[in-house]
Design a protein around this ligand. Structure first.
Ligand SMILES: [Zn+2]
Length: 286
């Protein structure tokens, strides 16, 4: 294992393949659900390496797979919130978002009893400059950190100009740090080389980039700050019937899925991993 001045966090967005905005292809839905199978495989791999991770789980998944959630928590992982049904916040209002967080809490309580959750990641990274009220609602509902501001413009989302490291977003401008900001923001990993930003945080980049390039990006970040990556269950155990996607979405969805397990094994041996909340506490953000 290499030694770095910061720790790394792996996070998993626990949803089924059909929750993704990329995969809304009319009514074409294979019957199979991969969320339980994929999450079990992730938990097995983490147990094998002895690392803890942060799981942003959909409320609908908590309701449908209570045993999975109990296992996750019993094995020392951090349970965090990914909303109820994967509706992006661009379509929400403060009131509808508040009820969604309350529903999530009651579903979690029905499985685990009283169980405070600190972290939130919006479906499709849908907190940006159009809806900074979401941070106020999160704080009011007891959340302490967010991981939804994507500091780069990509096809569907992004807040270009936002910090790439951990910060407290200003209510007036999400791109600015405000020491009095109500919530801590832990954005997913973006590498920055000579002023040019490129995303490395998600499963797509893990799959598409050659491992030495991906690893060099992560090494570079970890010399300066902690990072968080994210992956979905379907990237570990893909659905058997491929979806009829257009060439671009098909590429994003299916490129190099067969390389994921070996790459994860490598990353779990190279870096020291813990939960996002543990990093935020160690680095004195929480
Ligand atoms: Zn998601």
């Amino acid at each position: 294992m290499k030694s770095f001045p910061h720790l790394a966090a792996f996070s998993f967005d626990i949803e089924d393949w059909h929750h993704s905005e990329l995969h809304r292809v009319g009514d074409a839905r294979p019957e199979e659900s991969i969320v339980a199978r994929g999450t079990e495989a992730i938990l097995d791999l983490l147990a094998k390496h002895g690392w803890h991770s942060t799981f942003f789980v959909l409320g609908d998944v908590v309701r449908e797979h209570p045993a999975l959630i109990r296992r996750m928590v019993a094995e020392g992982h951090e349970l965090a919130c990914h909303g109820m049904s994967h509706r992006p916040l661009w379509r929400a209002t403060p009131d509808s978002f508040r009820s969604e967080l309350r529903e999530f809490r009651s579903v979690v309580e029905s499985v685990l009893g009283h169980f405070p959750v600190s972290g939130f990641r919006a479906p499709t990274f849908s907190i940006d400059r159009s809806n900074p009220w979401a941070l106020d609602v999160l704080r009011e509902q007891g959340y302490r950190y967010d991981s939804s501001v994507f500091p780069l413009k990509v096809k569907m989302y992004g807040t270009p100009g936002a910090p790439v490291g951990i910060y407290r977003p200003s209510r007036a401008d999400l791109r600015r740090h405000d020491p009095d900001g109500v919530l801590v923001e832990f954005p997913v990993a973006i590498a920055e080389l000579q002023g040019v930003r490129f995303p490395v945080g998600g499963g797509f980049y893990l799959r598409a980039l050659p491992l030495p390039v991906f690893r060099a990006g992560l090494d570079f970040i970890l010399r300066h700050r902690p990072f968080v990556l994210y992956l979905h269950p379907r990237e570990i155990t893909p659905e058997e019937r491929r979806l009829p996607l257009d060439p671009v979405n098909g590429f994003i969805t299916y490129v190099n899925l067969h390389t994921v397990m070996a790459k994860l094994e490598h990353l779990f041996e190279r870096y020291e991993w813990t939960t996002m909340r543990a990093i935020l506490e160690q680095e004195r953000w929480l």
